[in-house]
Write a protein that binds this ligand. Structure first.
Ligand SMILES: Nc1nc2c(ncn2[C@@H]2O[C@H](COP(=O)(O)OP(=O)(O)OP(=O)(O)O)[C@@H](O)[C@H]2O)c(=O)[nH]1
Length: 409
């Protein structure tokens, strides 16, 4: 019996102890949060990377906050953390080139006449001064002749001009400056050839586009001229395809393409060092497929003395003509090279039937007389003149405006 009583007492004590424990633990959970001791670090928003001008430290009088009072820090991309972007950003496309509106071609030579000032001073003004002398003796006529030769007019045209001037001055007798100017104008104009057909032929008259090929020795300005001509045509409302058959000079195709993009003209090009004839062929094919008005083919610069290169040019022409006949073969001559240009002209004309001449860099020379000489040499008219490096510095050649620019106002 005593044992039973003892067991009951132990049981009661144990139940009481367990109950107290449970209650105690519940009480602990319900306790208000203990105030954090001052040594406990508070979790605050991680300090942002300091910027120039930021305070170096958090102000000390700012009340400390407990963990419950602090908002979770908003995740901020740090310099070291990888930035996760939902969608990979597409690489930025290069901006589409802006299509330019080229200047109208009419009257360009008049606008650019100041660029002929070097020829004007050497040729036009020089002649007027000499002709205005009171006594036109043999020495003076010789000086007049020299002036013409120095300006690259060429021997035969110079002699013809001097003959005519002598005759007319003699008939005129006393001369006023106005009369002399008019006389010189007339004679220079007759020499330049006011009646030659100088239109760049870009209309084939067939279903196919007009085809123009641009040829010449190195560095005369073929690519630049092809680009400028594309602008002239676009300004006149024509659609143009460019053929970059200059596969010799690495940058030529890029250069041509840039010219084309500026006026919205497509460029057909091939691999560097590729076959120029096949690129020219493809360009015309593309022009036909596109229904373009004109295909302009730029060719590599080649020395007229290299037979292999000249044969290649003949091949380009023949291959293009499998599509349709060429409407225009423009020979680009650098006006500053003077008489050497005439030799080039002769050889190119033999190989590819040059139909028109482009005289470039007339802005940088006193030798404007080359216009006369080269036409005489080839029997082919100067159709365009380059008067600067600007995009619209290529002008249709107008004999009147040219002579007026030479002799000044
Ligand atoms: N001042 C002046 N410079 C010009 C004229 N035409 C072309 N040029 C410059 O002449 C240089 C040669 O021109 P390009 O068009 O590259 O010559 P290219 O004949 O195609 O040269 P290659 O392909 O190497 O034979 C460039 O710096 C042009 O800007 C012009 O009328 N006046």
């Amino acid at each position: 019996m005593e044992i039973v009583i003892l067991a009951v007492v132990i049981a009661v004590v144990m139940v009481g102890a367990i109950g107290g424990l449970v209650v105690g633990s519940r009480k602990k959970k319900q306790l208000p949060p203990a105030k954090a001791p001052s040594s406990t670090p508070t979790i605050t928003r991680p300090p942002a990377e300091p910027h120039v001008g930021d305070e170096a430290e958090t102000p000390h009088d700012e009340p400390r906050r407990t963990i419950e009072e602090v908002d979770l820090p908003v995740a901020e991309p740090s310099a070291s953390a990888p930035v996760v972007v939902d969608e990979p950003e597409a690489p930025e496309a290069p901006p589409a080139p802006e299509i330019e509106t080229p200047e109208p071609t009419a009257g360009r030579l008049v606008r650019l006449r100041a660029r002929l000032s070097r020829s004007q001073n050497a040729l036009g003004k020089g002649l007027l001064t000499l002709l205005s002398r009171e006594h036109l003796d043999e020495d003076t006529w010789e000086e007049i002749e020299d002036t013409l030769l120095t300006a690259d007019v060429g021997v035969a045209p110079t002699q013809e001009l001097v003959e005519r001037l002598r005759e007319r001055v003699r008939v005129l007798g006393t001369r006023t400056p106005e009369e002399l100017r008019a006389l010189l104008r007339e004679e220079l104009l007759a020499l330049v050839g006011p009646d030659l057909d100088r239109a760049v032929k870009t209309e084939s008259g067939l279903e196919t586009p007009g085809i123009v090929m641009v040829v010449g020795v190195n560095g005369t300005g073929k690519t630049t001229t092809t680009g400028k001509l594309a602008r002239v045509l676009v300004a006149d409302g024509r659609s143009v395809v460019l053929g970059a058959a200059d596969t010799f000079r690495a940058a030529a195709a890029d250069q041509l393409q840039t010219w084309g993009e500026r006026v919205g003209a497509r460029t057909v090009r091939g691999p560097e060092g590729g076959d120029p004839a096949s690129i020219a062929f493809d360009a015309v094919k593309e022009g036909i497929a596109d229904g373009a008005d004109v295909v302009l083919i730029d060719t590599a610069g080649r020395l007229h003395t290299k037979a292999g290169l000249m044969d290649e040019l003949g091949k380009v022409k023949r291959v293009v003509e499998k599509h349709a006949p060429l409407d225009e073969v423009l020979l680009v001559l650098d006006a500053t090279t003077g008489q050497n240009g005439l030799v080039q002209a002769r050889v190119f004309a033999e190989v590819v039937d040059v139909t028109g001449i482009v005289l470039t860099k007339l802005d940088g020379t006193a030798k404007g007389g080359i216009v006369v000489a080269v036409q005489r040499e080839l029997g082919v008219p100067v159709k365009l003149v380059g008067l600067g490096e600007g995009a619209d510095d290529l002008a249709p050649f107008e004999p009147e405006a040219f002579v007026d620019a030479l002799i000044g106002d």
